[in-house]
Write a protein that binds this ligand. Sequence first.
Ligand code: S3P
Length: 436
Amino acid sequence: MTHITTTSGNPLIGQCSVPGDKSISHRAIMFGGIAEGKTTVRNFLDGHDCRATVQVMRDLGVEIEVLTPTELVVHGRGLDGLQEPNTVLDCANSGTTIRLLTGLLAGQKFTSFLNGTAQIRRRPMGRIVQPLRGMGADILGRQNSNYAPLGIRPARLHSVEYDMPVASAQVKSCVLLAGLYAHGLTIVREPGPARDHTERMLGAMGAPIEVIGNTVHSERPSTPLKGLEVIVPGDLSSAAFLLVAGAIVPDSRLTIAGVGVNPTRTGIVDALLEMGANIQFLNERDQAGEPVADLDVRFSELRGTTFAGQQIVTMIDELMVLAVAATQAKGRTVIRDAGELKVKETDRIASTVTELRKMGARIEPTADGFIIDGPTQLIGAPVESQGDHRLAMAMTVAGLVARGTTTVYGSEVTADSFPGFEITLQALGGSLKVEE
Ligand code: S3P
């Protein structure tokens, strides 16, 4: 177990980068495994969740060479080349691994079992089991098939037309992947713009994926999927902690190079701009089918704002650190329509409120979000990560503007999505240290 100790005072100044995007790293390994030929993955996120995906794909017979921790080569086995695993597939703490993989495995000719940590066994799986069963999948899970462990038996899938009740890229991707193994045209309709990395990458591999407005179609490819060269953009969800730190720590000015700015992910930038932040996109470019830019942020005064509706899904992983920004904004910030926060790594409404209140934040939980009044001079305090990587990083950012010392216990989880988080902040001048 480690903890981070922070104090305020120093501005954050300089150039930095963030590790590769988590969502894209998972997909490059999984989809590379069912393509034919080599998929090379550069700037892979060497974090705990993505390592679980590598191990699981190896257990399914896919050879994966690790040239360096961030450069991998996947030797694809083709759509029908996966092998029956002789072990339970361990998805560790990773929701993306278990949900996408269940879609990929639902139409195979072999049986598989999927499990993960206690945290993953508390997260809802009914949302994927139900549409997959609608396609003819034979899946069983704990508590009426709502929770992992999951067992999947061979099945012949047929297509489905599925109206997703919640905007979720994991559910959408799961059904689209099953659609690659189904007879007929699978149609998924989404209530909001959930991240579209699956559609982009499968499309680039030659899968018949078509996006029409808010619907996505998938069907069995008539030709093999082709391996790709994937250069994973920096993860905007990791950059978000630096963007907020740069916006709220007085006199800061920093540039984050090479960040993915896919429009289904940029809600946090729009939100901070609406609050009055000074952020610029520099050097915008395309990198293997994903838009990328360098992000420049400078300290500025923020104002409270209301966020709701379709913008929420485009910043679902960033709402905790947005709450930290809101504690420093003048006036009231309201975040609504974010009930999905309750089923993430922790109940992120409850966990954010509990930990930020320890530092004196004026934050109220609601059924589907938070109400935050600011600005508040936060007071340094001992706080907990609660085993949630994004909470650990959000609280560290809060510590950078608090009076006195903040200690974030259980901070080792930052490596789930942002290995090097602490070193990056230190290099920018942030006053923090990590101790065992
Ligand atoms: C992800 C989708 C989101 C996000 C998660 C990664 C993905 O989850 O919160 O961190 O890679 O598809 P939901 O789709 O369940 O909202």
